[in-house]
Design a protein around this ligand. Structure first.
Ligand SMILES: [Zn+2]
Ligand SMILES: [Zn+2]
Length: 250
């Protein structure tokens, strides 16, 4: 399995970083975790074809995790007609908005819902296509907006490996919503955000983390980088920072 980091920025892109978007490549099957970067362009630039895409999983509805979806879904609807994939969104209003926009910009053909399959997920959702198993864990990142705005971390299991993507975590460290499974099990890798707390506040989960490696992305403000680098070597597992274009093979 290859994990390609298409976008590693926080809520705002920079000269070197797109917003959140990660591509899992397992054989000839592709999956996206969040779509805050121009995913269809990045697939093509990396020699991958949208026809290989099987599913897109969103951690939450914020634009830095979703804004690249419109381009992907629109192009796959009208041009890449061999493509067919599921899009797991966290809010029905988001599904309605994207479907509506595609129907507006492609008024002559409308959305082909047999191929571009928007689906609402919830905390009981488990995706398993025999190649990858994706299990969500609720976080409290969106709780400040009010009820009806869920957010999730994901456990991804494929080829005997276990990866955790935290998505965005709470703005309030008192919520302690770093995924519990990574404090309990020796997962192979966790990709953790670093925008809503400080490297020092991360101590509560870093000290109990049972995984083999931990990588930070979604870093804001960028001045944190040196303090994050200083964390490596403090614990029994390596810690590093992700950049756009990084590829990890597991
Ligand atoms: Zn974000
Ligand atoms: Zn967010």
């Amino acid at each position: 399995m290859k994990i390609r980091f298409f976008g590693t920025s926080h809520g705002v892109p920079s000269a070197e970083r797109f917003c959140s978007c990660t591509c899992l490549e397992i054989g000839d099957r592709l999956y996206l975790i969040d779509c805050g970067a121009p995913a269809v362009d990045l697939l093509l630039r990396n020699g991958l074809h949208p026809n290989g895409l099987k599913a897109v999983f969103f951690t939450h509805i914020h634009g830095d995790h979703t804004d690249g979806l419109l381009n992907l879904a629109d192009l796959c609807n009208w041009y890449f007609k061999e493509s067919a994939f599921d899009i797991y969104m966290t809010e029905q209003a988001g599904i309605d908005a994207y479907k509506h926009t595609i129907n507006v910009v492609e008024a002559d053909i409308g959305i082909d819902e047999e191929r571009i399959r928007f689906k609402l997920m919830d905390k009981n959702f488990v995706y398993d296509d025999g190649v990858v198993r994706v299990t969500p864990f609720p976080t409290t990142h969106m709780s400040y907006v009010g009820a009806g705005h869920p957010s999730y971390a994901y456990l991804i299991e494929a080829e005997g490996k276990k990866l955790v993507f935290t998505g965005d975590l709470s703005h309030n460290m008192k919520d302690r919503d770093f995924p519990e499974i990574a404090l309990r099990e020796p997962v192979d890798l966790t990709v953790c955000e670093m925008a809503h707390f400080s490297p020092e506040e991360a101590e509560y989960f870093l000290k109990d983390y049972k995984g083999k490696k931990l990588l930070f992305n979604h870093v804001f403000p960028i001045e944190k980088l040196e303090r994050i680098k200083a964390l490596d070597g403090k614990y029994a597992y390596p810690i590093d920072i992700l950049s756009d274009g990084d590829v990890i093979e597991m």
